[in-house]
Design a protein around this ligand. Structure first.
Ligand SMILES: [Zn+2]
Length: 267
């Protein structure tokens, strides 16, 4: 029965592929989101799971860029040292506490105008940070238990995301402030006037890998400059398990580099 089901699923997505090809040939006859039943809200597993996002891209607007050639996450390997790179110019100040369970992730909203990353003379404002369990990026094949993404956006709409990996170890003092306030799926957001500085999660040594990539969730837009910090921070087993319980499998499979160069900044 299971094999039959798998076979059906494989074929179902072959049909999507055929439909996509037909749409390319008969552009006037098809438009994105048509037929509607092929396009549903994204998930990590199942019919609209991450293995299928790229196949849905040609026909579903929600997945528009997931079949691109510069997707994220990736395994970080073969990084090239680059003396032209600078240390990350992180300009974060205190923000109110505002934690939302978004369904697929736990997200901390950052107050407008409080924090930014300066990159090549352009200001990228910190909008939010959120978590994935396990990590989406790996370094030389080694994934970690958690990854936080600090999402910044410029006035022009370009994005810069800093990835922080968490390995199993000592209790993380930054996470410890919020462990009792992480909302359950569907719960109202947790808000508090307690202020904190989001940079509190970063390791002292902020060496990083950088490469051009995409959002790791649909629509997978390829306008992201990634900065994955080389040195993981630690979190306790209990902290890691708490995040994993609140947001089961929310990491996308890794994409091929397709010739992209990963550059390495080291102090
Ligand atoms: Zn993310």
């Amino acid at each position: 029965m299971y094999i039959l089901f798998q076979s059906f699923r494989r074929n179902a997505f072959r049909y999507v592929g055929v439909l996509a090809a037909a749409c390319i040939l008969l552009a006037s006859a098809c438009k994105k989101d048509d037929p509607e039943h092929l396009c549903g809200p994204w998930e990590y597993e199942g019919e609209f799971g991450s293995e299928h996002w790229e196949h849905l891209a040609p026909v579903c607007a929600e997945y528009a860029h997931c079949d691109g050639s510069a997707q994220s996450p990736v395994n970080i390997t073969g990084a090239v040292p680059d003396a032209v790179l600078h240390g990350l110019d992180i300009r974060y100040t205190d923000t109110q506490t505002h934690i939302i369970h978004k369904g697929h992730t736990i997200e901390f909203e950052v107050e407008d105008g409080t924090s930014a990353l300066e990159l090549n003379g352009t200001e990228y404002e910190l909008k939010q940070f959120h978590f994935h369990a396990q990590s989406e990026h790996s370094i030389n094949g080694a994934a970690q238990h958690l990854e936080a993404h600090f999402v910044h956006q410029s006035a022009g709409g370009d994005r810069a995301v800093i990835g922080v990996l968490f390995k199993d170890g000592a209790q993380n003092a930054f996470l410890a402030q919020f462990m009792n306030n992480l909302p359950n799926p569907g719960a109202v957001p947790y808000t508090s006037n307690t202020h904190f500085n989001p940079s509190g999660v970063f390791p002292t040594d902020r060496d990083y890998f950088t490469y051009p990539g995409s959002l790791t969730t649909p629509n997978c837009e390829e306008n992201v400059t990634w900065f994955v910090l080389e040195h993981p921070v630690e979190a306790s087993t209990a902290q890691i398990l708490r995040f994993r319980d609140l947001m089961p499998k929310n990491y996308r499979p890794q994409a091929p580099l397709n010739g992209r160069i990963i550059r390495h900044f080291s102090n």
